[in-house]
Write a protein that binds this ligand. Structure first.
Ligand code: AMP
Ligand code: ZN
Length: 115
């Protein structure tokens, strides 16, 4: 738990979110400013500022995060049409919340390249 981290506060139920998936290590909820018809954030419950800060001991957690993506995609019905998974890192990546999170976006065709 990191003080003043919005996603840690969601993990601790100090800030409300519509939790769509949860297990002992990860949590998923809709993005408050959706960039697509379906826009879900998947986070580790452990505070890791970004992918660069993940350590050797986080390797299994990172595997678990990635393995949760298809579970969520199926749950929200994006497995047939497909979806996009994004991790923004630091300034040039456009990261605004300093708690590692995967964006899972879909419900429409996602253009490429991103802006
Ligand atoms: P990023 O720009 O990759 O750091 O993504 C952070 C995302 O978190 C943005 O898309 C925000 O809209 C989203 N966000 C920030 N605060 C909340 C919140 N309280 N609940 C849900 N999503 C949030
Ligand atoms: Zn945090």
């Amino acid at each position: 738990m990191q003080q003043d981290c919005v996603f840690c506060k969601i993990v601790n139920r100090e800030i409300p979110a519509e939790i769509i998936y949860e297990d002992d290590r990860v949590l998923a909820f809709p993005d408050i400013q959706p960039a697509a018809p379906i826009h879900i954030l998947l986070i580790p419950k452990k505070h890791i500022a970004n992918i660069l800060e993940a350590t050797e001991e986080d390797q299994d957690l990172l595997r678990h995060l990635l393995a949760t993506v298809p579970i969520i995609a199926k749950q929200v019905g994006m497995d047939e049409a497909g979806f996009r998974t994004v991790i923004n890192t630091k300034d040039n990546g456009g990261q605004t919340v300093q708690h590692l999170h995967l964006h899972i976006l879909g419900g429409r065709f996602m253009t490429w390249p991103p802006g």
